[in-house]
Design a protein around this ligand. Structure first.
Ligand code: MN3
Length: 202
């Protein structure tokens, strides 16, 4: 079965008042994410080894495999964006208690977590992603990955929150100011309820 573009869990203008305008979401979701889905479906159609696999299976199957970089890039980006849309919320920015307690335990404070997430996001050279993950040791940590990679592929842990650092995700709203985009995400857009639910389910 072909992969499809998921519907956004909010309207295209739902985040406009919180620093992500309708044009950004329409292009990012309708053009960029759709392009990854279309490309992935093309690879699946042309490769019997990829048929009837989930996107997670294709990410793991193609990661680090010579000649499979284009498959990995598009499967990774499909997986990343499915999570990313859920990581944004028109009511974002509020850290619920149980997640907040775990963040305080592992980072010192919510502010210290935000500072570390921001530093990692700025340090990612070029396109990529930053993540809050639950590691196999049960601790929360921040990771970052280039291009279409992610913690699922690298085995760094369960992704609780992911932030797209490609310029297409922030250029209309913040131009070249990635630090402002990241800060705005952490303070006003991040769906910490989702992160807590993923933490409790892990
Ligand atoms: Mn993107």
């Amino acid at each position: 079965m072909a992969f499809t573009l998921p519907t956004l869990p909010y309207s295209h203008n739902a985040l406009a008042a919180r620093g992500m305008c309708q044009d950004t979401l329409e292009f990012h979701h309708g053009k960029h994410h759709q392009a990854y889905v279309t490309a992935l479906n093309g690879f699946v159609a042309g490769n019997p080894d990829l048929q009837d696999k989930s996107v997670e299976e294709i990410v793991l199957q193609s990661h680090g495999r010579p000649g499979m970089e284009p498959v990995f890039n598009n499967a990774g980006q499909h997986w990343n964006h499915i999570l990313f849309w859920q990581c944004l919320s028109p009511a974002g920015g509020t850290v619920p208690d149980r997640l907040g307690a775990r963040i305080a335990e592992d980072f010192g404070s919510i502010e210290a977590f935000k500072d570390a997430f921001k530093a990692a996001s700025i340090a990612q050279f070029g396109s990529g992603w930053s993540w809050l993950v639950l590691g196999a040791d049960g601790r929360l940590r921040i990771t970052r990955s280039p291009n279409g990679s992610n913690p699922l592929a690298t085995g760094e842990g369960t992704a609780l929150l992911g932030l797209d650092l490609w310029e297409h995700s922030y250029y209309l709203d913040f131009r070249n100011r990635r630090p402002d985009y990241v800060q705005n995400f952490l303070d006003r857009l991040a769906n910490y309820e989702l992160a807590e639910a993923r933490l409790l389910a892990a």
